[in-house]
Design a binder for this molecule. Structure first.
Ligand SMILES: *[C@@H]1O[C@H](CO)[C@@H](O)[C@H](O)[C@H]1NC(C)=O
Length: 406
């Protein structure tokens, strides 16, 4: 009896070990392509993190390919593995609510307060496809506790199931609802700050811009953008060139993120990288910016875009729509935007998106507080509670100080 079982068990064990070895090999190969530049915060930590993410993604993709998981099963699997355990904090009271149909978690400090508090609308990052209220729970607790503000984290709908502008619509709806009902949460309606990291920074900028045109509700006090993704035209900015293979986000990751978000075909990525989707109007704006003083970066080679291709443009124009892209929109709108805080990281492809927006706001008289993390990488704020990543906590503390002093 046992002898009969032993053969298949041995085979299965062999097969499992074989698959694991392949997984390790592919992970090793893929993550070894990453570049970890000298001067970046905690290279060992970053390397481990990057290898871990790469491995999890490869495993997920393999499970999907072998039909063990479908695509929504894959997302559940990934978020189960990646989301840390939720912790309660005695100083913060959490409530899960719906704001105009959009799921939110409200973080309310328990300490007594004189008068209305500040409120922070928080839009999480994750390339419009990942991230969740739970994933950002500890960061939001930390934010609420240390800034003494009521934080509202928004569980907007994610790509690829929900394409652009689903995420944006949800963030806008939840924000309008909060601005109208702030007092019910002990918040002074004129002290609401909009805040987000990465893709959430894109949503922050977009929501603030849209609010300019909505009458009869209080205006936000400020917009806080942490390494925001703000333009889909030029993927060869100095920071894209410098950091194209630096974890946690590579140059081609951003292009894919945008294509998935707008529901366009991933095979367009080569054309997008070359810039053939960029219409003459936007080219002109870009070339003016790149020739300005802020961008005379060492070793930067101006990238000559491929000729304009209307066919490609038509397929991705959602990502360049003037109506919602503050960088390319009317100065008259930009002038009315709330004051801004922008955090950028040196070793981040999106660094120049932030610097460009800073310039664009300042040129229009909007005050900007800029914090540059000299050894920072994209996504660093998520590691604020890892003692070995000193700059992560410093970055988040800087955001908190800005909010406190508003
Ligand atoms: C955010 O991303 C979308 C999709 O790529 C784009 O259409 C929009 O202009 C971006 N918004 C901002 C504020 O950059």
């Amino acid at each position: 009896m046992l002898g009969v079982l032993a053969v298949p068990l041995g085979l299965i064990a062999f097969f499992v070990v074989f698959c694991l070895l392949i997984l390790l090999g592919v992970t090793w190969y893929k993550s070894s392509k990453a570049e970890i530049p000298p001067g970046i915060a905690n290279p060992k930590f970053l390397w481990r993190l990057h290898t871990f993410f790469t491995g999890v993604l490869i495993l997920g993709k393999a499970l999907e390919k072998s039909r063990i998981l479908n695509s929504s099963g894959l997302m559940t699997f990934l978020s189960k593995i990646l989301t840390p355990k939720l912790k309660d904090d005695p100083e913060i009271f959490k409530k899960d609510l719906q704001f105009d149909g959009v799921p939110v978690r409200v973080y309310q400090p328990r300490s007594p307060s004189v008068g209305g508090r500040k409120g922070v609308m928080f839009f999480h990052g994750g390339g419009f496809a990942y991230g969740s209220i739970d994933y950002y729970d500890s960061l939001c607790v930390h934010l609420a506790k240390n800034s003494e503000a009521v934080v509202v984290s928004v569980g907007y709908r994610l790509a690829p199931e929900h394409r652009c502008p689903a995420a944006f619509d949800d963030c806008l709806k939840a924000t309008v609802h909060f601005l109208k009902t702030a007092q019910e949460h002990g918040v002074d309606p004129s002290s609401v700050i909009i805040c987000g990291d990465s893709a959430g920074g894109n949503l922050t900028a977009g929501v603030c811009q849209c609010l300019v045109g909505i009458a009869d509700i209080p205006k936000p006090l400020a917009q806080v953008m942490i390494y925001p993704l703000l333009q889909m035209a030029d993927f060869n900015t100095p920071s894209y060139q410098q950091n194209k293979m630096v974890p946690l986000v590579f140059q081609d990751d951003v292009i894919n993120i945008v294509l998935i978000y707008i529901g366009a075909d991933l095979s367009l990525s080569k054309e997008i990288l070359k810039g053939s989707h960029v219409c003459p109007e936007i080219r002109e704006k870009l070339s003016k910016w790149w020739s300005s003083e802020e961008f005379q970066v060492k070793d930067y080679k101006l990238h000559i875009m491929a000729p304009f291709n209307k066919g490609v443009y038509e397929k991705v124009k959602k990502s360049l729509e003037l109506a919602c892209s503050p960088l390319f929109s009317d100065d008259a709108v930009i002038r009315q935007l709330p004051k801004a805080y922008i955090l950028t990281c040196e070793f981040d492809v999106l660094r120049d998106d932030g610097i460009l927006y800073k310039k664009c706001l300042e040129d229009n008289g909007v005050p900007v507080t800029w914090f540059h993390v000299k050894d920072g990488f994209h996504g660093i704020a998520n590691y604020f509670d890892q003692p070995e990543v000193v700059s992560a906590k410093l970055a988040v503390d800087n955001v908190i100080t800005y909010i406190k002093n508003l």
